[in-house]
Design a binder for this molecule. Sequence first.
Ligand code: PGA
Length: 250
Amino acid sequence: MRIPLIAGNWKMYKTVGEATTLVRDLLAGLGELSDREAIVCPPFTALAAVAALVADSPLGLGAQNLYPEAQGAFTGEVSPPMLVDIGCRYVIIGHSERRQYFGESDAFVNRKLRAALAHGLRPIVCVGESKPQRDAGQAEPIVTAQVRAALLEVPPAQMANVVIAYEPIWAIGTGDTATPADAQAMHAAIRATLAELYGAEIAATVRIQYGGSVKPDNIDELMAQPDIDGALVGGASLQAASFLRIIHYQ
Ligand code: PGA
């Protein structure tokens, strides 16, 4: 009932030319996607070129960030209607790199998430604990508190459009992925939090992705877990062969 979502987070990689090459290679190897969804999230500068390539294809498009106002004097920022206009269906919100390097608070993440929903974008909201927090046994309370804060004032009717990405910070870009069992345990805790907030029925419809060093050699095991509904993939999404293998998980 939850259609798994595999998303490529390109971060600050790929010129327009490089993006075009990668997407052409992805489309050539993608085939039909009947039981799963796949999207790429290029940098803003490559969105237009990629949108033109993926139109009428099974590959979807997302952005990596937005500013939570429709328009205005916010130099350097990009609004939700601009993302919709260019063909984005999804937007990553509150990635740990944004929280860490750009000071994004839980409150700002919540504002962005609600702005995305208000304009018909599907937010992929990222949560995750640091290594010291995990070592201190605090991972679960910290992550579930992030989930609650991100979803403040989000009505139940909007929850079908929300995707949560559990990304332990210590697993991002390190090659040090969470074990499938540890990831599953956190995903179950997140779903239990959703059930407290919205009831079990709605909680069962929300997709929860895992992210953090997802690779061709660990995707199958991760996707076999009952509460893992997809992956948010950084490094391994930058090459067609590895991202295609991840999309085609078994
Ligand atoms: P990674 O990044 O796959 O390179 O660990 C994941 C992410 O930051 O979304």
